[in-house]
Write a protein that binds this ligand. Sequence first.
Ligand code: SF4
Ligand code: SF4
Length: 282
Amino acid sequence: MSLKARINRIIKFSNVDGPGNRMAIFFQKCNFNCEYCHNPETIKSCIHCGKCVEFCKSGALEKVDGIIKWDKTKCCECDQCIKNCSIDSSPKTLEYSVEDVIEEIDKVKFFIKGITVSGGESSLSFEFITLLFKRVKELWPHLTCFVDTNGGVDFQLEIYKEFVEITDAFMLDVKAWDLKEHIELTGVSNENVIKNLIYLERIDKLFEVRTVVVKDILNNILTVENVSKIISNKYIRYKIIKYRPFGVRADKIEKLKSPSQEEQENLEKLANNLNVKSTLII
Ligand code: SF4
Ligand code: SF4
């Protein structure tokens, strides 16, 4: 049986997921549980409890042999299923083989510079992605293959060797430098994230680092300072992103505050003073 992966959605054209126009593929499931997650329905896999079926007024959902089936052609994208999911997941995911994804890329191959895998956390599907990237490179060597990752797994482990080799470049989130803050924000340690930051910079596979700035609860200066010191030797883009409350779980919103424009500009100055070659505040 060919390897399959559960994919939350595929965006045919994106200009925010790496260089140029790219196809972005969002894998279901994440090993972090970030308080500010904008797509919390991508974190957990559906447990097929069936609760969402009654909220679908379009008849796009049904339970067949204990498994929830989603009919994309009937779906009106009202997202009532997601809003009423018992575990903050989504029934609107599909299982793809590598060849299924290749078929999707084939439709747009003349209009894109490459593909980016994202999530959820894409690296949890590293075996599938390794095969996918190999196939893309056989068929269309001009397309680049990027990985958007939270850096939660240790890319220096032997099992990730081929995955790292076949990937053209990574885009890495560094959410907090302080261990305690990182655990509070994401539920897990940042030990692998920092190891990956250093490793990917060293092997020239780091395209971009992203830090989301949250006022008061995170030491944003500490994070920007330490990341900047590591990436400033090479042309690596640093995106310093203002936290925005859109799509965030309702019970988390109270606690999370956006920084002011002035605070963002001060972080930009800090990165620039530490010789980061390309800093972007957004
Ligand atoms: S978004 Fe969900 S609830 Fe709405 S039509 Fe589609 S499957 Fe049904
Ligand atoms: S999407 Fe949520 S509510 Fe629907 S079957 Fe899966 S776990 Fe249950």
